[in-house]
Write a protein that binds this ligand. Structure first.
Ligand code: FCB
Length: 443
């Protein structure tokens, strides 16, 4: 079984960028050579991580980065999306930690010397703990600290990096971390969720300005995740539930960046839940983007109860991945075309897409045909969106290799490369081999 697309597909050309993605906390390990972050604390709190694990060792990527770059090269990808660990490169006094910066310089040089373009995200959820101790994303000052970190690290790395993204998925940082508390730092109130979201978006705007000044030749933007919302039935109530959920979970992050305002549902909030927005904030947030990164995994279905509420419905008989996310590729096409008709989009990269599957390694092989099928269906979905006029210019598989999957610990495997956490041996799965072959056949 192979991955293929119609031979006239734009994705079948070398102009289209194919890559693999990871994030610092999920793979790096070497926790003792950086400052503690909110995920270290969260992992150390009983009951937060399903297998009780942490990121102290993960994939030991700091020690094994040269081998990992060879592995990336062997997949034939054009690009590698990584994230920079804020607590590895900035000291508690705010100055650069040169040892940490050197790790990234060596890694990036190694990638560039093999012709692999580097797409770096500056914040993939690993907030230094000492900043959380001052209120974290609930404290407006954190947005300014982020811009300062962005300034220093982009000056240090400069044009070695092909593309900078400010944040990865501010929805997860704010909603999962501060509103429902299933991610670090584990706080739970609607007001916290909305306030942290605003400070994250402000951080994005402040940082993007600085990055554009420091690295005008790099492609600079942000990565947002979207879970398209569908009504369970075509009743007005269900349609309204799905629209409200979409505004709350998806457009909440997109609309401020593109249009400089929050979705209108903000006016329905109790005053206590409304974020504190200061004069000029929305203008700062609405920075022009060189690219928009979109992460897509699944859809969600909504039904309503009473009032302005929305209730997510579990699609019991639908096909799902090992993490319980419904497999529904046409939502990917719908998402891209609807964003394209709602907003004036910059070039779009799919910065994450992939599937957790219950992999078994037998005789050094992982026959993950289920993941391979997921990739095939979702690449088709992206291709369909391109055919309908969406300017998608790149696609990154999540993930290069199995890694620490946040609250799921090491129980869920998203890699196209299998990791044996005891020996740190990497084995390219059948899906990884198919991705490699597909990429190599481009014209
Ligand atoms: C995304 C995260 C990424 C990974 C995937 C499965 O929300 O950005 O780190 O965990 O989900």
């Amino acid at each position: 079984m192979k991955i293929s697309l119609p031979s006239n597909s734009k994705m079948h050309t070398k102009e289209f960028t194919f890559g693999v993605a990871t994030a610092s906390f999920q793979i790096e390990g070497a926790a003792d050579t950086r400052l503690p972050c909110i995920w270290d604390t969260f992992c150390a709190t009983a009951g937060k991580i399903r297998d009780g694990s942490d990121g102290k060792h993960a994939c030991e990527h700091v020690a094994l980065f040269k081998d990992d770059v060879q592995l990336i090269e062997s997949l034939g990808v054009d690009a590698y999306r990584l994230s920079i660990s804020w607590p590895r490169v900035i000291k508690q006094d705010g100055s650069l930690n040169q040892q940490g910066v050197d790790f990234y310089i060596n890694l990036i040089d190694e990638l560039n010397s093999r012709g692999i373009k580097v797409y770096a995200t500056l914040y993939h959820w690993d907030l230094p703990q000492h900043i959380e101790d001052q209120g974290g994303w609930l404290n407006r000052q954190t947005a300014y600290l982020f811009a300062d970190y962005a300034d220093k690290i982009t000056q240090a790395l400069g044009d070695k990096v092909y593309s900078y993204a400010t944040l990865n998925e501010p929805f997860c940082s704010s909603y999962l971390g501060y509103e429902v508390g299933v991610h670090a730092p584990g706080l739970a109130s609607k007001a916290f969720g909305r306030q942290s979201a605003h400070h994250l978006l402000l951080a994005h705007g402040l940082a993007l300005k600085v990055i554009q000044q420091n690295c005008p030749n790099a492609l600079n933007g942000i990565v947002l995740n979207f879970t398209p919302c569908y009504p369970l039935t075509d009743t007005d109530a269900d349609i309204k539930a799905a629209q409200t959920a979409d505004d709350y979970f998806n457009q909440w992050y997109m609309k401020p960046i593109m249009d400089g305002e929050y979705p209108a549902i903000i006016h329905d909030f109790d005053d206590a839940d409304k974020p504190d927005i200061q004069a000029g904030d929305m203008e700062i947030i609405k920075q022009p983007l060189d690219f928009l990164g979109i992460n897509f995994y699944t859809r969600a279905v909504y039904s309503t109860c009473d009032k302005n509420e929305f209730v997510q419905v579990d699609m019991k008989d639908a096909p799902k991945t090992d993490i319980g996310w419904e497999i529904y590729p046409s939502a990917f096409t719908d998402l891209l075309t609807s964003l394209n008709s709602t907003y004036t989009l910059p070039p779009v990269y799919i910065t994450e897409n992939g599937a957790a599957m219950d992999d078994k390694i037998v005789n050094n092989q992982v026959d993950d045909l289920d993941r391979l099928e997921y990739y095939q269906a979702h690449l088709n979905a992206v291709n369909n969106a391109i055919n309908q006029g969406v300017n998608v210019v790149g696609y990154f598989a999540w993930s290069l290799m199995d890694n620490f999957e946040w609250a799921e610990g090491y129980l869920k495997r998203f890699g196209i490369v299998y990791v044996d956490y005891q020996t740190q041996q990497r084995t390219i799965k059948r899906s990884g081999l198919a991705y490699r072959d597909f990429i190599s056949q481009r014209q």
